[in-house]
Design a protein around this ligand. Structure first.
Ligand code: B12
Ligand code: SF4
Length: 654
């Protein structure tokens, strides 16, 4: 049965809303397929506004991989702004895809990509607007399978009531497997209904179906155990890892946003995973092992992506891009290749120790020397040992001095506040570091106009990290430390003028903490917040701390737990954690040992360069880290076609 576009009903509403262009679709490289000639239909959602969601690589990759299959279609949907939401409700327009404006409820799967937990309420808005029951238990065969993926799906327990399934880890192969299962089940005439389909997904061992697990609690509120309540369902669900990244050079045809977006450049992911072992970093832990793309693979992705999009900037993306074993060859090769063109290169924030000024020079060859960004994360050497961020102040000063003498004028430094064992003194050291940076910059450059911006985020303990047992710092302490830090910065007026300080108060972090380490009971809080009007919680102008606190009070306290119980409480080694049945490959004993090392300020090396320290991932996945060096160079490309963004006369002949 064909599915009609809702555009005729939507179009008259668009002149009445802000940024209507975000709802019209038709972006360069978007795909619209015939509904009737496809067997499996995916709707992919980044649960945030278009401007944040469109540039997301994960969604772009899955969108393209799925659309490459002849009998599969994939479309996209994003969170609508409250102005359009109100009009859609008034006029009965359901949640729609931007590609063909099809109603989301008509699809077989609604695949949500969660980069952050603050997107959970956005999922509820979309489900409700789509006419899909909020609770998985109330859905029928006419509803899509609601499938969560992305980093924030590694503990999907807080959203267990609302999703049918979750996939941990890389999606490239997982979406194909899920598609095959759905295709076969539909072709067989949907035997056993929705339950059978979910069972078949669970049977793979790598798709988590929350409703097939019962959670039992102890009298004190802790979890006693989580057990399967159905046959053919595994005790533990494993994460997916795409091993040969070179075989998956996606996105090949990156989407080009129609409306302004947060990331207006093309991104090429140069490796996945991280073995640095920063103890606060969930992404680093859950994406192990490290898998590098080859230098040729990166070169081809950059070339094809530029040709396909017309972008003028390429971001070399990964968790710690400067750690690629051939980063110097990659950046030099790309800088040579695009010399004299409008194509610029960028690297996300770099580690101080991996960075060298040659690299920065290569990257900025075609562009402005804007700012340099580093992430020491902790102000004192002591706290950096606790978090395993092995950056010495000498390294930092040496690196920034070299950069300042090479023409840079600004440095941005990222820190966290509220780290385990942190004292006021650790945070006050941030001010000293910023002042040292300015003094070093003035000395190296001989100029006064050196700037240092310190940007401070509240620390949130995350599942599957050594800090998963840690008590989260309460917002009052975080705010008090930040106030003291500001006073410390301002002590020296001559330097304070050149120091910018950006921070958020500690309250949103506490809510993120509730959602990160929560269990199924937290679902009630999410629903209450949403029913009380909670929308777009990742946006400070929409986020309401009071709404979350009130909802937590009314929903959790009758159950004998509380916001503080989930956040500022330290866990013991023996406690069953809500995500223990979800296997990220990391050995829980190793995580605990690393937590103990943190408390005794012991550092842990990077296994990329030193022997394996048995975190468990490689043996669990029967694999190994994949790192160079290969010794290969990136060769200049053959002339590119007319209309390419690479407007180098010597290359294009025009
Ligand atoms: C580029 C980037 C941004 C950009 C663009 C964001 C965007 N829309 O994509 C900007 C600057 C806007 C940004 C903002 C933020 N970011 Co950011 N960002 C990144 C970065 C560097 C790359 C993301 C990426 O493209 N990865 C590569 C793709 C391929 O991976 P992926 O998206 O995870 O998708 C794969 C799988 O997860 C899976 N998958 C994903 N979705 C789905 C869905 C289904 C159904 C399935 C089956 C599978 C699946 O399949 C994909 C392919 O394998 C990562 C670090 C990193 N290297 O991952 C941080 C990262 C994702 N960001 C992070 C954070 C914290 C944020 C912010 C909250 C920061 C802030 N405080 O404001 C905001 C949140 C924005 C928002 N509201 O969503 C954290 C997430 C932390 C966590 N969960 O613990 C990360 C991991 C960085 C870190 N080390 O802390 N970010
Ligand atoms: S198992 Fe060993 S080599 Fe593999 S990521 Fe863990 S520490 Fe590194």
């Amino acid at each position: 049965m064909s599915v009609e576009s809702v555009f005729p009903a939507l179009e008259p509403l668009l002149p009445r809303v802000s940024k209507p262009v975000q709802y019209v679709g038709g972006e360069l490289n978007a795909t619209v397929k015939d509904w009737d000639s496809t067997a499996v239909r995916w709707c992919l959602m980044y649960p945030d506004a278009y401007e944040v969601g469109l540039p997301n690589q994960g969604v772009m990759i899955l969108y393209e991989i799925l659309n490459e299959l002849e009998d599969v279609l994939a479309e996209r949907t994003y969170t609508v702004w409250p102005d359009l939401e109100a009009l859609m409700r008034e006029h009965g327009v359901p949640q729609f895809t931007v590609d063909a404006h099809r109603p989301v409820r008509a699809f077989d799967v609604l695949g949500l990509s969660f980069a952050t937990e603050l997107g959970y309420t956005n999922m509820l808005t979309a489900l409700d607007l789509a006419g899909i029951p909020l609770h998985a238990a109330d859905r029928t065969e006419d509803d899509p399978i609601v499938l969560a993926g992305g980093h924030a799906a590694f503990n999907p327990e807080p959203i267990a009531d609302f999703i049918d399934a979750a996939v941990l880890g890389d999606g490239e192969e997982a979406v194909l497997e899920v598609t095959d299962i759905i295709r076969e089940w539909k072709a067989q005439g949907r035997p056993g209904g929705r339950d059978e389909l979910l069972t078949r997904l669970a049977e793979t061992g790598g798709v988590y179906i929350p409703r097939f697990y019962d959670v039992e609690y102890l009298a004190d509120g802790r979890i006693q155990r989580v057990v399967p309540n159905a046959d053919r369902v595994p005790y533990r669900v494993f994460k997916r890892t795409t091993m040969e990244l070179d075989e998956w050079p996606y996105p090949k045809q990156p989407l080009v946003p129609l409306a302004e977006s947060v990331h207006e450049r093309m991104s090429v992911e140069i490796f996945r995973g991280c073995t640095r072992g920063c103890r606060f970093c969930q992404a680093g832990m859950i994406t192990r092992p490290v898998r590098e793309r080859s230098i040729e693979g990166i070169g081809a992705m950059v070339q094809k992506g530029l040709e396909a999009t017309g972008f003028e900037e390429v971001g070399l993306l990964s968790l710690s891009s400067a750690d690629h074993s051939e980063i110097a060859e990659i950046t030099k090769g790309l800088a040579d290749r695009y010399a004299g063109t409008n194509t610029g290169l960028s690297l996300p924030s770099t580690r101080v120790d991996a960075f060298n000024v040659d690299l920065a020079n290569e990257i900025s060859r075609n562009g402005r020397r804007s700012g340099l960004t580093f992430a020491p994360e902790g102000g004192s050497e002591r706290i950096r040992r606790v978090i395993n961020k092995m950056v010495s102040e000498e390294d930092l000063i040496r690196t920034v001095s070299a950069a300042f003498s090479n023409g840079w004028r600004q440095v941005k430094l990222y820190f966290m506040c509220g780290l385990p064992t942190e004292t006021d003194e650790d945070v006050l050291q941030i001010a000293r570091m910023a002042k040292e940076v300015i003094l070093a910059g003035r000395e190296a450059s001989g100029r006064k106009d050196i700037r240092c911006t310190i940007s401070i985020g509240g620390f949130v303990p995350k599942p599957h990290t050594p800090f998963q047992w840690a008590p989260q710092c309460d917002p009052d302490t975080v705010d008090d430390r930040l106030r003291k830090l500001r006073a410390e910065v301002n002590l020296d007026r001559g330097l304070a003028r050149n120091i910018g300080m950006r921070y958020h108060d500690g309250k949103p972090s506490l809510i993120e903490g509730l959602l990160s380490r929560g269990d199924r009971r937290v679902g009630r809080v999410i629903e209450r917040v949403w029913r009380d009007g909670g929308r777009l919680d990742g946006w400070s102008e929409h986020f309401s701390y009071e709404r979350w606190v009130n909802a937590a009070q009314s929903e959790l306290e009758p159950l004998g737990v509380s916001l503080a119980w989930f956040t500022t409480r330290e866990r013991e080694e023996t406690e069953v954690l809500p995500w223990d049945h979800l296997d990220s490959g990391l050995d829980k004993e190793w995580l605990w040992a690393d937590w103990q090392d943190a408390l005794s300020e012991q550092e842990q090396d990077d296994c990329r360069w030193t022997p394996c320290f048995d975190c468990g991932v490689c043996p669990a996945m029967n694999t190994d880290i994949q790192v160079g060096p290969t010794g290969r160079k990136l060769l200049p490309i053959s002339p590119v076609g007319v209309g390419s963004p690479v407007r180098n006369p010597s290359l294009t002949g025009g």
